[in-house]
Design a protein around this ligand. Structure first.
Ligand code: FPP
Length: 242
């Protein structure tokens, strides 16, 4: 794309893209398969999008893999997603780290099964040295809960007398989020056609552009991701200005 469109437009490549990967269940149902098969197919799409980010020079990709609300799903679906995630990390982590992909967990470690906590610890120890891009995986994540967590941390600073409430700024809140130090998403993609944000990165998406497709996540492709990026690049962002 860089070669094709040229330097001027390349400047508009988003720095941070967030994705709500929806539609796995419907994809499976259409094929008469159990829902978990949709999640399995969906996990396979993540790699294509990461490769595309590396190719296009997108520095941050945030994907919504499992929300705190997802615990309400049937037990076998929940344990299936946990297992699939383990497989995803075992299969992809080393390969992607070699390409300079730095893994970040967004979410609560509490409540995760031991085998996933071990994997997260291993990721911390063996993460990429060269950070060509960040892959933020939201797992056991809730946007509201993340904001509550930031409030608690700030309240502790107030209690210790390290900050005065009237001095609290947006930047102070930013630094207690899982995404501390990262730019906010420029673009939020949602597959599966639903028109909602589902408690994903609530604070961070204040000015994100939205791109929603009917395509179900397991059918999403690197090319479709590129189409979303090209659409985004044509948009004019105003951040509340005229
Ligand atoms: C939403 O589809 C998808 C999920 C809740 C799970 C997504 C998880 C994966 C793709 C596994 C990958 C894991 C990692 C760590 C990358 P849905 O089930 O809500 O679909 P529906 O709306 O059609 O029912």
């Amino acid at each position: 794309m860089r070669q094709k469109i040229g330097d001027e437009i390349v400047k508009n490549v988003p720095q941070h893209v967030a994705i709500i990967m929806d539609g796995n269940g419907r994809w499976a149902k259409k094929r008469g398969l159990p829902r978990i098969e949709g999640h399995r197919a969906g996990a396979g799409r993540v790699r294509d999008v990461v490769e595309k980010c590396l190719e296009l020079g997108i520095k941050y990709l945030s994907i919504y893999a499992f929300s705190k609300e997802n615990w309400k799903r049937p037990k076998n679906e929940v344990s299936g997603i946990m297992k699939l995630s383990e497989v995803f990390f075992r299969k992809e982590f080393k390969k992607l780290v070699k390409k300079g992909v730095y893994f970040v967990h967004l979410g609560d470690r509490n409540g995760l099964p031991g085998f996933l906590i071990k994997i997260l610890d291993n990721i911390k120890k063996n993460n990429a040295e060269e950070r060509k891009m960040y892959l933020n995986i939201a797992f056991n994540y809730s946007g509201r809960n993340e904001i509550v967590k930031a409030f608690k941390s700030l309240s502790e600073l107030v209690q210790k007398g390290e900050i005065v409430p009237s001095d609290i700024t947006e930047t102070d809140i930013d630094r207690f989020l899982y995404t501390a130090g990262m730019p906010d998403p420029d673009l939020l993609i949602r597959t599966g056609g639903e028109m909602r944000v589902s408690n994903f990165l609530l604070w961070q998406i204040a000015y994100s552009e939205l791109w929603i497709t009917e395509v179900l996540w397991p059918d999403f492709s690197g090319q479709l991701f590129q189409n979303a990026i090209e659409d985004y690049m044509k948009r004019e962002r105003r951040f509340g200005n005229v």
